[in-house]
Structures are given as C-alpha cells and as structure tokens.
Design a protein around this ligand. Structure first.
Ligand code: KIV
Length: 277
C-alpha cells in the first residue's frame, strides 16, 4: 500500500523527512527550506516550525566555536553538535557537514567520519567539491550514507578561492555544471549551490534530476538554505547581499541583557514575586 506523502510544509509531517521525500518534492515542483542548526533549542524549534532539513554546518566555526572561518573546525567539535541536533528533532532530516580535512584524504577517511555522524543520529552528510571528490561520494553512497554535494563558493576552500567571491562566472559555469552532473551520477541526493550567478543556478537546477539548494544563487533553485544566525539577525552587520533577515535577534538580546543588568544594579530584580517564602 502506498504511504500518504507528508507535506514538507508547516511541521505537519508525522515522521522524519527522507531523501526520497526531497526527490518527490522536486518532481512535484515543491520548494523547501533548509536552515543550519547547532544546538538543542534551535533544532527543536525549527523542527516544530516545519523546516524539513536541518544542516549542522561547519559554519559552526564562525557561529559557535569562535573561529574566523570554517577551516579550523574538527570532527571532534562537530560530533557533539550533530548529536544534540539529532536528539532534539523528530521530523527534520539532519544533514551533518564533513569539516575541512575530514574527507579529502581518501574515500575511506570520508566513510570513517561519515559513519561517526550517522552513529550519533544524522541521516545524511554534506561534503564540498566536484569531480575530485567523486570516489568519496561513490563509496559513501554504496555504503549507505546519503550525500549532499556543495559547489560554488565552498568556504572550506576560501584560501584557494582567494576570498568570499561569486563563483561560476563565464566558462567556470560550464565546469560547475559538469561537476554537478558528475556528483548526481555518483549518487548525491541533493546539491548546495553557494554564491553563483542566478542564471547558472537555474540552468543547473533544470539539468539535474536531484534537488538543488541555493544560497546566494537566485530563485531558480529547488530549495534554499540560510545560516540561522544570519536569517534571524543575530550576526552583526548587514551581511552578504543575498541575505534576508527575518528578525532582529541581535537588538532583542542586547536590549534584554541591558535591561536585566540595569534591574540588578537598581535592585528591581529579583523582586518579591521571584523569591521563595
Ligand atoms: O556550513 C554551512 O552553514 C553551509 C551552508 C551555508 C550551506 O555549508
């Protein structure tokens, strides 16, 4: 008997979203949203809000761990974050980001580290790169690990890309499309396209059978992803051009912390109602 498909919207799925659901969404022309999450409270909240895919991104480096880039992030730092997000969700598909240096060495290295993530509760892993990581993708998929690819501006390669700049302009766009097709052929179930021209992302999305997930890649992708602290306005500054902030948590938290400190200083907190007789 065929199972009623869950809607990817509104937190109404009664079971965890699977990679097959994401493929069916692409086939049906349904767009979906992915957010990063690194901890229990946001994971549970985004799960309840109906976000179908949560990425425990190596952007934890510059959002949680105090690094300037994602390059120093290690497996040992990522594993507790992945475990916390997986434990705190019931419906979102949890994708764990393989950090820099945890998969480039060999397919076997990628498998060892991906297995660590799946054993603490992730349902899939993400890794960056095109044709040079195909052996890794093939071994992972053959071994039962769903893989999300990542092309365009891949922050782990910031030192070879020479900064955070738009990728895939001109002939580089053709190479990116070839990489995308090769990743699909190797068995990737979805592909992040980061900071590439919108027309290229649309072309790749049309050519690929699997869903594309855009970030700074225009409206032509099948899904979108944002770093949650950017989306909710916790990170400072205006952020990159592609960013839309859906809240101003930075102001909310600053005001709350200042009001609390003022209350303590002025003797307004704690008051009688906060005490025990
Ligand atoms: O680590 C991350 O947050 C990411 C997304 C920006 C795609 O890789």
């Amino acid at each position: 008997m065929s199972e009623q498909l869950p809607s990817l919207y509104g937190g109404v799925t009664s079971r965890r979203v699977t990679v097959n659901d994401l493929q069916r969404a692409k086939d049906a022309g349904e767009r979906w949203a992915m957010l990063t999450s690194y901890d229990m409270l946001t994971a549970a909240l985004f799960d309840d809000a109906g976000i179908p895919v949560l990425l425990v991104g190596d952007s934890a480096g510059n959002n949680v761990l105090g690094h300037e880039t994602t390059v120093p992030v290690t497996m040992d730092e990522m594993v507790p974050l992945v475990r916390a997000v997986a434990r705190s969700t019931k419906r979102s598909l949890v994708v764990a980001d393989l950090p820099f240096g945890s998969y480039q060495g060999s397919p076997e290295q990628a498998l060892t580290n991906a297995v660590r993530f799946l054993q603490v509760g992730a349902q899939a892993v993400k890794l960056a790169g095109g044709r040079r990581v195909l052996p890794q993708v093939e071994l992972l998929v053959e071994s039962g690990v769903p893989v999300m690819g990542h092309l365009g501006l891949t922050p782990q390669s910031v030192n070879t890309l020479g900064g955070y700049r738009v990728q895939g302009r001109g002939e580089a766009g053709d190479r990116l499309l070839e990489d995308a097709l090769a990743l699909q052929e190797a068995g990737a179930f979805a592909l992040v396209l980061e900071v590439v021209p919108g027309d290229l992302a649309e072309r790749v999305s049309k050519e690929l059978r699997i869903p594309t997930v855009g970030i700074g890649a225009g409206a032509g992708c099948d899904a979108q992803v944002l770093v949650w602290t950017d989306m909710a306005g916790l990170t400072p500054g205006p952020g990159p051009k592609f960013l839309k902030r859906y809240a101003d948590l930075r102001s909310v938290l600053t005001e709350a912390a200042t009001a609390y400190a003022d209350d303590v200083r002025e003797g307004r907190y704690p008051s009688q109602e906060h005490g025990y007789s």
